[in-house]
Design a protein. Structure first.
Length: 178
């Protein structure tokens, strides 16, 4: 097997990406502190045609050299907004008809593989701080909480890894329905 060169991948230009149809998902980063994680989430949102990202609280915003190192240009293609308050950002999207989901470990959380994505819904998917997770005040606003099943000794996954797993599941669903 021959590895493909970048020019053989037929990827969209930034302008083509901006004009392309997106999946009805806004990712919300609730006080994510790692600039590398932020950049990685941008790149994942670009890969899976996510509508946009809300960067909230202490979450850094582009342009920033450390975000750019992992985003590799995705900060130019993916729509993003900043909100000082995660609660305000979530309420704004909720008022626009989005279902609110957090990725967190809670009582009665729904395992990711058991969650039924609806073709007729728009979603907010919230990922939290690397140590503290999604703030309880934000969890209280959620329509549902998703948990990624884990069977090892650690209690959580890196936030960028979690975003990749969850957004892949949504992308797969939309691709099948496409």
């Amino acid at each position: 097997m021959k590895k493909l060169l970048n020019e053989e991948l037929n990827r969209k230009t930034v302008e083509e990406f901006k004009k392309a149809g997106k999946y009805p998902i806004w990712v919300v980063l609730d006080n994510v502190r790692s600039l590398n994680n932020i950049g990685s989430v941008f790149r994942t949102c670009d890969a899976f045609l996510i509508e946009g990202i809300y960067l909230c609280g202490i979450t850094a915003t582009p342009p920033h050299r450390e975000i750019s190192k992992t985003a590799l240009g995705a900060t130019d293609s993916v729509q993003w907004k900043y909100a000082e308050s995660t609660v305000e950002a979530v309420r704004k999207l909720s008022n626009a008809g989005y279902k609110i989901l957090a990725v967190e470990q809670t009582v009665n959380a729904c395992m990711l593989h058991d969650f039924r994505i609806s073709q007729n819904e728009k979603y907010i998917i919230i990922f939290g701080h690397e140590i503290k997770g999604v703030e309880q005040e934000v969890v209280n606003l959620c329509d549902n909480v998703l948990e990624i099943p884990q069977h090892g000794t650690k209690h959580s996954l890196n936030v960028a890894v979690s975003a990749g797993i969850v957004l892949w599941e949504f992308f797969r669903f939309y691709q099948k329905k496409g």
